[in-house]
Each structure stands twice: as C-alpha cells, then as structure tokens.
Design a protein around this ligand. Structure first.
Ligand SMILES: C[S@@+](CC[C@H](N)C(=O)[O-])C[C@H]1O[C@@H](n2cnc3c(N)ncnc32)[C@H](O)[C@@H]1O
Length: 229
C-alpha cells in the first residue's frame, strides 16, 4: 500500500493514517509532499521520534513529485486535503499518472478558472441570464470554484473513476468542505468527457483542456457534436 499526501502541510492526515492503519498493517509507505521546507523538516523529526519508519516527507511540489524518478511508479491512494489552488489538479494528474486505485480530495481556494472566466467573459453565455451567476467579483470567485470542482469530477469519471461528492465536516469547521472520493473502476465515462468539453466551450475556457485535462480520452466527431446523456 503506497499513499501520497499532497500539500501535506504539517502532515496531520498522514500521521493519523499511519497511526490508525499503516502501523497495524506492518507494511506500506506514506509519502508527504510539501513545498515548505520547515514543515517537511518538522514532519521528518516527528516521524523519527514516533518510530514511524515508513513515512517519507519530500520537499517538492506535487508536479515535481510526479516527474521524480525515485518515486514509485504506482500509488494506491492519493490524498490532497486543502492543497492550495491548482495543487489539487496536480494531485489528480499525479494519481492518473500513478494509476491510483483511489483519490480522496478536499479542494481549497481556487483562482484559475475565475481568472479565465473574467478574461473570456464566457462569451456564449454573456447575453443570457446565466451571466448573472458571475457578474459580481465574489460570485465570479465562487462560480469559478464550483465549475472547477465539477470539471474535476467529470475528468475523473472520464478517466475511469467512480466519483462521490459529499461534505467533509460540519460547516462550522471549514468553508472548504467538499470531499471528492474517486475509486478506480476502469470504466471511462464517455458522456463525462463529452460534458467536460462542452462546459469548457460554453464558459470559453477551452485553454484548460491542454493544461488541466490532458489525459481526457479523445471523442469521435459524432460524440463531440451529439448531446451528452
Ligand atoms: C492549507 S495547507 C493544508 C495542509 C494539510 N493538508 C492540512 O490539511 O493540514 C496547504 C499546503 O499545501 C502546500 N502546497 C501548496 N501548493 C503546493 C504544491 N504545488 N505542491 C506541494 N505542496 C503545496 C502549502 O505549502 C501548504 O502547506
């Protein structure tokens, strides 16, 4: 069992999972990926004190860890708890590259799509009442966040994962409370790929196809044009 925890921070999640599960399992390894060196050093120190030998903490970005040749070729589980901004997308890319059996994601703030929305002004929707959904800056931000998570779920479904979305904890604890659980089934939903492309086109943010959804299965011309069901 290999688990990568992206945007690990102080690695609370990794330590809990190791203590509750990996310790008794007697095998398996947890990798905490974190860009802030002091947090990585503190986690390394704590793991040594606790004798949690099968925990590693790497001072690098999620994207760098995907390319690092010393990392295992496959991971069973990918977690990303409030990994900032697009680090959740990088964690998904990591999970796809490493053929993860499960990804458990709680996205954080997200700015990328809101910026694209502001730039493109979603031309095809601008003259419809739907434009009201992101007219005010705070709504642009929230819509951007909402669209981002919807696109992430469609992407995972299109890549062979069964997805459930629910709340992580009570809203009094965190406003960033969306829990996305993806389990690999191998069944790639073509309707999800179709819907994802259609949403990108409707919102005028097709540029994200290359940067964020590069593993999206290609569709036949007829599928691209037919309504998604
Ligand atoms: C809000 S904290 C969450 C920490 C931890 N997962 C938790 O829930 O306690 C997000 C962490 O992700 C790290 N981070 C942000 N972008 C990252 C990236 N691209 N790669 C790795 N770590 C990143 C930040 O340094 C920060 O420690």
């Amino acid at each position: 069992m290999t688990l990568a925890d992206h945007g690990a921070g102080k690695s609370y999640l990794g330590f809990i999972l190791y203590d509750l599960y990996f310790k008794a399992l007697g095998q398996g390894r947890i990798y905490g990926i974190e860009t802030r060196a002091p947090l990585v050093e503190a986690s390394q120190k704590l793991a040594a004190e606790l004798g949690f030998e099968r925990m590693e903490f790497l001072n690098m970005s999620v994207a760098e860890s995907t390319r690092a040749d010393f990392m295992p070729e496959r991971f069973d589980v990918v977690t990303a708890l409030h990994a900032c901004d697009t680090a959740t997308d990088d964690a998904i890319a990591f999970g796809l590259e490493k053929q993860a059996r499960a990804m458990v994601l709680v996205p954080c703030c997200q700015a990328e799509v809101a910026v694209c929305l502001r730039q493109s002004k979603a031309v095809s929707l601008a003259r419809t009442p739907l434009a009201e959904l992101w007219r005010h800056p705070i709504h642009t931000r929230e819509m951007g966040s909402q669209i981002t998570n919807v696109l992430r779920c469609l992407y995972l479904e299109a890549c062979g994962y069964q997805v459930t979305v629910t709340e992580l904890v009570g809203w009094e604890h965190s406003m960033k409370n969306e829990l996305i659980v993806a389990r690999y089934t191998g069944q790639k939903k073509r309707s999800a790929a179709q819907r994802l492309r259609q949403l990108l086109a409707e919102f005028g943010i097709e540029a994200l196809l290359q940067s964020r959804f590069s593993a999206l299965p290609e569709l036949q011309k007829s599928e691209r044009e037919a309504p998604a069901v």
